[in-house]
Design a protein around this ligand. Sequence first.
Ligand SMILES: NC(=O)c1ccc[n+]([C@@H]2O[C@H](COP(=O)([O-])OP(=O)(O)OC[C@H]3O[C@@H](n4cnc5c(N)ncnc54)[C@H](O)[C@@H]3O)[C@@H](O)[C@H]2O)c1
Ligand SMILES: O=P(O)(O)OC[C@H](O)CO
Length: 453
Amino acid sequence: MISSKIASTIRASSRLAQVSHQFHSTPRSMATLGAPSKKHKVTVVGSGNWGSTIAKIVAENTKAHPETFEEDVQMWVYEEEVTIPKESKHYDESSGDKPQKLTEIINKYHENVKYLPDIALPKNIIANPSVEEAVKDSSILIFNLPHQFIGRISKQLEGKILPFARGVSCIKGVNVTESEISLFSEWIGEGLGIYCGALSGANIANEIALEKWSETTVAYDPPVIDSQAATPTGPSPSSSQINLTITDTDKQQDLKDSRGRTTKARLRAVPSSYPPLDHSVFKSLFHRPYFHVRMVSDVAGVSLGGALKNIVALAAGFVEGRGWGDNAKAAVMRVGLLEMVEFGKEFFGHSVHTATFTEESCGVADLITSCSGGRNFKCARMAAERNVSVAEVEKTELNGQMLQGTSTAKEVNSFLKARGREDAYPLFKAVLDILEGRKTVDDIPDLVARPDE
Ligand SMILES: NC(=O)c1ccc[n+]([C@@H]2O[C@H](COP(=O)([O-])OP(=O)(O)OC[C@H]3O[C@@H](n4cnc5c(N)ncnc54)[C@H](O)[C@@H]3O)[C@@H](O)[C@H]2O)c1
Ligand SMILES: O=P(O)(O)OC[C@H](O)CO
């Protein structure tokens, strides 16, 4: 008798705990109450230099954490015909220079011979040319492609993803439409009706693919979906009724952007049958011995650092290509960092923390690495050395990889201009003026000097 009472009390409290778990996503403590029955399936949308590197990291971790993730990782590949270069170990005399589908090459040789050559990819990465198929049933979506293409892909995915999926954007750029600006993480999130965080850091992909140590910053701060936010039909039930009547998919609430504005999307709770998607799960998805992750909540700061440093890296390349020294480069980095912080504060307000720029990998560390060895820096340097345009260098030197700084400079300046604020960001403006031939590198010192200097 006593034991059956105890058993029923345990059952009741376990039920309560389960319900509390469903509503409050704070659930490490719940792990002891019964393992979730489902695992997270992960898809990487994009397969360029960074997309393939992140897929490698994630696939190593899905294999290392089988209790949380399905082992296979889908990687969407923009399909193209590729000729395996003669110097590649996969070059085969018999097929010679015959172009082959990139997805087939990746799935056969486990290497992205075009965008990440000579790096062995884990066999549990499945290259998929159909983005709709690649995201099917995935509860974690990692967006990692040049920002120029995310608009079309995101549209294609509307209605095709799990409604309770969560995203992480590794894209370094900002979304500018007419006179509005938003983060890609929140724009993807609103378009697809999911929460999307951001990953950014001092992360030159080729170094990380070779497993040379680096750090990164992951921002993830979804709203807690609580019982108040649930939307049952009919009269408002008491909390005990809610426990009994609301299913996982009913639980949803308004999705707000980083500036606290309500978007048109509703956010759905992750069903309790899955491991909760909290900081510890995302850390276990991205952290490797050679890739150290710091989790933060400032999605705007992380995203803006990654986007704006690309403009500054172009400036650093220009001054080095002009033949000036490290002092000149340090000067544009100093001014650039100030403009990055200022921009965040002016247009994203309190949601941006200055410390994200000054203390995290996604801020000053990314600025330093990008101005030392990034593609924007190198292409701008070559352009200044050869007296040709950056676009021309991009075309001839990058073998299909894409710069983000040139379009970001244009987009950010058009946004500033629409608000009459371009003179407040003289380095950002100078970079666009040089790209478009209105100014030269020699003009930079005077352009960035403050009136009292
Ligand atoms: N490469 C790096 O070191 C690095 C590091 C950190 C962050 N990032 C950021 O990651 C994002 C992705 O960069 P990346 O280096 O993986 O890309 P990348 O520069 O290698 O770009 C090439 C990719 O674009 C794809 N592509 C080409 N045409 C396309 C089309 N019409 N539609 C869709 N896709 C098309 C190609 O298939 C390829 O996957 C960028 O925002 C970049 O700033 C890059
Ligand atoms: O090569 P870039 O200039 O696109 O920069 C690469 C990474 O963003 C550096 O962190």
